[in-house]
Ligand binder design. Sequence first.
Ligand code: NAI
Ligand code: MG
Length: 492
Amino acid sequence: MATVAEPRRAARPEIRQTQLFIDGQWTPARSGKTFETINPATEEVIAQVAEGDAADVEAAVLAARKAFDDGPWPRMDARERGRIMMRLADLIEAEIDELAALEALDNGKPVSDARLGDIPLAISVLRYYAGWADKIQGQTIPINGNFFCYTRKEPVGVAGQIIPWNFPILMVSWKWGPALAAGCTIVMKPAEQTPLTCLRLARLAQEAGVPDGVINVVPGFGPTAGAAIVKHPGIDKVAFTGSGETAQVIMRQAADQLKRLTFELGGKSPNIVFADADLDAAAAGAHVGIYLNQGQCCCAGSRLFVEDKIHGEFVERVVADSKARRVGDPFDPATQQGPQVDRAQYDKIMGYIEAGQKEGATLATGGGRVGEKGFFIEPTVFTNVADEMAIAREEIFGPVLSVLKFSDMDELIRRANATNFGLAAAVWTRDVAKAHQTAKRLRAGTVWVNCYDVFDAAAPFGGFKQSGFGRELGEKGLDPYLEHKTVTVSLD
Ligand code: NAI
Ligand code: MG
């Protein structure tokens, strides 16, 4: 009898980099301290990682400053800068399986998500910005009088980059790509939950030929290492992705030095299904929109607005798809959903599930833990959700969907926009005019029509309102790493 081969479980990756990366050297923290990073699927400790603080940030900023003020990176042939970035992308591609496994181990995301989603996009982002390196140019401007006027775009300087744990490799590429292309140097702090792949990428950057001091990585905690980056006068610009609360702290602390800031923050994105939509596609989009990455997406479609005429039928599909979602071992290639990243996130999400029930929403499916070990949560759907409930207003950042009913277009737009967030939105309809009208009226930085979570290196991404400022990706994403200089020359 023929046997069917078991799908191969991804191999456990080797942990090679656990120290700080400063000026091209691997070093322990000056304090000697380390912290644990855990595997959220098993709650076991993976590794001890050097815990950087202000003293280490000081060293990292010195290195980045020297590399920016006197080093080759901002001065070299821009095409060569692009070539080094291309090499980094190639090295990531060559190690993609191992990197995907390392990401799955530290973050808990399914290895196939990292292998087929996060890392290919990270590679694409680095290649895209490598292509920009030699295309950053100014203008000549005809001004009044006998003058020659031109503009130059110059790197902003040393960039402090603070990233979260939900897409560790991808966030590195979004931050390093434009900064490196512009000729900036970098002090990065990865999230304390997921430091391992960022450190691995620093090793690959060195191998690709990025000069010492251009990229420095200081793992550690927010109030110590993170705050030291924000406050250091040697840092010209801070790019941050994470929570709105932390962004407020950063903004206050950066105010003294009027530091340049870009923020990519949270969301409570409306995913709108009109009755005339292709309901198969819309149901698939509702599923991906909320559950991708265990629901730990800033752009998660966490408010599903369904037109009343199809509400019952559509909810049935969404619930059935949720029940069928495969939750389990991130290293099994068939797994669709792994654990939440840590206990804090698990507890926060469970708190919202409790709040939803207390406030009177109907728990249509899910709501519980999966297994006894690891931070796994069932795909969860609430119906009969009212706009004022916490589960309809606040970012849950987990696999919890709130379904809301609507009947009228103007009412829908008002409710969809009645939020302090404005990161993303989606519309499902076969009516072209309705699609564009809705896209225009939604106050969000990204609107998807008949699709969800479509990202491309060339398409800018970022928030309206309290979802952030500045844009990442695309030509727009370069701008925060550039200063614009106007030079006026008398021709008399
Ligand atoms: P967080 O915003 O506190 O952490 C993000 C990064 O900021 C980490 O690297 C952290 O160490 C750093 N950080 C924390 N405090 C800092 C400070 N005072 N100065 C400088 N850096 C600091 O987010 P956290 O606590 O991990 O998650 C809380 C909630 O934030 C989540 O439940 C979710 O709602 C939201 N979040 C949103 C993300 C997004 O992609 N927009 C990503 C991660 C979290
Ligand atoms: Mg971890």
